[in-house]
Ligand binder design. Structure first.
Ligand SMILES: *[C@@H]1O[C@H](CO)[C@@H](O)[C@H](O)[C@H]1NC(C)=O
Length: 205
């Protein structure tokens, strides 16, 4: 079909739109669920007040949605037109290696609850994580994931994959605009409460 149209991207394939939908859906989903959790504690109540279990449940859900999205993306890469102009295996290796390093070291630095929105469940980290990879970029997981998308597209030599990578970049950028101020506020609130407690302690003494 691509030979007939001659295009670099075959817009007649539904798999392209399904993958695009999954890419946009995932961060939207976890932001809505997490904010709802912060305000209404819906999942925590579902797990009888056990916020840790509720957070693990969300972690498994987000992780599974990620695997589904990646599967849909790979299907696009296998079925879309190939273009030698976009085939860069060495750059692809490099991006995949760097991207996966950023993602895996972020997981390691943050732990499960830190990675999967534990802050919104009231599971706060003791201190902000400042070591690698967070001393390189503020959002290593998002950058790492974007690099992996780009690397896979260049590995397959598929312009459609690069188009979807741009979408990944945009949805993560929007997600950060929502997440960063909100989580900062959660931690600032804790600081204010700690300050308040110290103040009370002094008064009692
Ligand atoms: C980031 O921190 C690691 C140790 O956690 C260190 O080895 C590395 O040099 C730091 N990088 C930058 C750019 O500061």
């Amino acid at each position: 079909m691509s030979q007939i149209t001659g295009g670099m991207i075959d817009f007649s394939q539904n798999s392209l739109y399904i993958a695009a939908l999954a890419i946009a859906f995932n961060p939207t989903f976890w932001n809505i669920v997490a904010r709802n959790e912060y305000h209404n504690k819906t999942l925590t109540r579902l797990f009888n007040g056990n916020s840790l279990r509720a957070c693990y449940f969300l972690a498994i859900t987000i992780f599974s949605l990620g695997i589904l999205r990646d599967t849909l993306y790979e299907r696009v890469l296998r079925t879309q037109p190939y273009s030698p102009t976009f085939y860069y295996p060495y750059l692809a290796y490099t991006l995949l290696a760097l991207g996966n390093t950023l993602v895996l070291t972020s997981y390691y630095a943050l732990g499960i609850t830190g990675t999967f929105l534990g802050d919104y469940f009231g599971i706060l980290m003791d201190a902000p994580v400042t070591g690698f990879p967070f001393n390189i970029t503020g959002a290593p997981m998002y950058w790492g994931s974007t690099m992996s998308f780009a690397g896979t597209a260049l590995w397959y030599g598929r312009p459609a994959g690069l188009m979807l990578t741009v979408e990944v970049l945009v949805v993560y950028w929007i997600a950060l605009k929502f997440e960063d101020p909100f989580t900062s506020e959660i931690y600032e609130k804790r600081e204010r409460e700690r300050e308040g407690k110290r103040g009370e302690g002094k008064k009692v003494r």
